[in-house]
Design a protein around this ligand. Structure first.
Ligand SMILES: [Zn+2]
Length: 108
């Protein structure tokens, strides 16, 4: 390989890396814009029927309820909070024990 070829190759690689970085930045910006658009469009709307959700208190947790199809939606961590507040031996408490691997769902 001639010295000129090595130099050309180096410049080409540098240019490709710059283009790839620029493209990745543009794709990330588009992705963020799409996320913002989706959030504005779907925020507090039922994923099943599209109706506006209303908030209701369930113990210490505020849950989202669809007035149309009666679906209930929980944010991250809310199910755990509800289940942890359930009485020992109750259905929810048993579910929590199963999720944490402390109890087998099927007794053999
Ligand atoms: Zn609904």
């Amino acid at each position: 390989m001639k010295p000129n070829q090595k130099e050309d190759e180096y410049i080409w690689v540098q240019e490709m890396q710059l283009r790839m970085a620029k493209l990745a930045k543009e794709q990330q910006a588009e992705s963020e814009a799409e996320k913002r658009h989706l959030k504005l469009t779907h925020w507090m709307h039922c994923p099943k029927c599209g109706q506006k959700l209303s908030s209701e208190k369930c113990g210490t947790v505020e849950i989202d309820v669809c007035p149309s199809c009666k679906g209930v939606w929980l944010d991250k961590g809310e199910l755990g909070t509800i289940v942890e507040g359930a009485d020992q031996g109750s259905f929810f408490h048993t579910c929590l024990q199963i999720m944490r691997g402390r109890q087998s769902p099927i007794k053999l």
